[in-house]
Design a protein around this ligand. Structure first.
Ligand code: DAH
Length: 327
């Protein structure tokens, strides 16, 4: 019996050495180690042995099986690493570059706007997005019964706090902190409970400007807007002001800018502006007899959407790379 086992092991090892490809290797495995293979068949012959002989035979068979399994695995990995079906490695191939990220189209627009105003002498201010009613309404001369204070128009947070609905709050914060003359601008998020559609979202961005000095007039306001338009939209851009009303400016106007959209010059309404209302100056202890100023507030999404031909505001916030990668 022992010889028979040894004979089988020798045959198996020789046959394994002969197996030269994956198919031959698999045929060898089926022949020797398979469920109907030669090892199994010899195992079955254990029936013919006496009770005393069986344990030694079983042990021997198991040892042979294990050694053949190990030999099989090593032959297989040897074959894998030497496999001629793998193409040789070409170290001169350029490789696959990792894709670089980029700034969001709104971030880029904000950076560009800030750069233009910075060049015009505005310094950059910032204010909190969680505000109080003093900065969002009272100090801006918005009376208690004004519709802009309605709970349907604002995100009130309780305890006198709210998400700011306009960046005009930053005007107040700056004037409370620093004495005039002042020339500041700010860009940031504002929040209103609008139902989301192609042109509305509950969060959007505004750019706000404020200039307070002695003898500031509407000419300075229009000049600043005009300079911005030319610098940002090109040398043929125009600015138009239409009479309007805002509680914090007197007189007030809507601002339109003429910009080139898909090769055609078009007027686009961008926001509001005006001369700072004396009541606003008084609220922050600035003497309106000595100081005057102008202010403006423009929608950043409007600027970016028109400029880049984006027809649905929601795309700006969905973070779909296929959309964002285009800019
Ligand atoms: N805060 C206004 C709004 O959100 C926009 C605005 C109008 C800002 C006139 C100003 C201004 O600074 O002077 O609708």
């Amino acid at each position: 019996m022992v010889e028979a086992i040894e004979q089988l092991q020798t045959e198996a090892n020789e046959a394994l050495a002969q197996a030269s490809d994956a198919a031959a290797l698999e045929a060898w495995r089926v022949d020797f180690l398979g469920t109907k293979g030669r090892l199994k068949a010899m195992m079955a012959s254990m029936r013919d042995l006496s009770k005393e002989e069986r344990p030694a035979f079983g042990q021997r068979m198991n040892a042979v099986k294990e050694s053949l399994e190990v030999a099989f695995e090593s032959r297989r990995s040897q074959m894998d690493s030497a496999s001629p079906s793998l193409p040789p490695m070409d170290l001169t191939e350029p490789g696959m570059p990792g894709r670089l990220g980029q700034r969001h189209v709104l971030t880029r627009t904000i950076d560009e706007i800030v750069e233009v105003f910075a060049r015009m002498g505005f310094s950059v201010a910032e204010g909190p997005e969680v505000e109080d009613e003093w900065h969002n309404f009272n100090a801006l001369n918005i009376p208690e019964d004004h519709p802009a204070r309605d709970s349907s128009e604002n995100f009130f947070l309780g305890a006198g706090r709210m998400l700011r609905s306009q960046t005009s709050t930053v005007q107040i914060r700056v004037m409370e902190q620093s004495p005039p003359p002042l020339k500041i601008m700010t860009c940031g998020r504002v929040y209103r409970p609008d139902t989301h559609d192609a042109t509305h979202y509950s969060m959007f961005h505004q750019v706000e400007g404020l200039c307070i000095d002695r003898g500031v007039t509407m000419i300075d306001l229009k000049s600043a807007l005009f300079q911005f338009a030319r610098a940002y939209f090109g040398p043929e851009a125009e600015v138009r002001m239409r009479p309007s009303f805002f509680p914090f400016t007197e007189p007030s106007a809507e601002v339109d800018m003429k910009m080139k959209i898909k090769g055609r010059w078009q007027w686009v309404e961008l926001g509001g502006c005006g001369m700072v209302d004396p009541n606003v100056l008084k609220a922050v202890d600035i003497d309106p007899e000595e100081w005057t100023g102008y202010a403006f507030g423009l929608g950043i999404e409007r600027i970016a959407m028109r400029r880049y031909g984006i027809s649905d505001i929601r795309w700006l916030y969905e973070n779909d790379e296929r959309f964002l990668r285009q800019f």
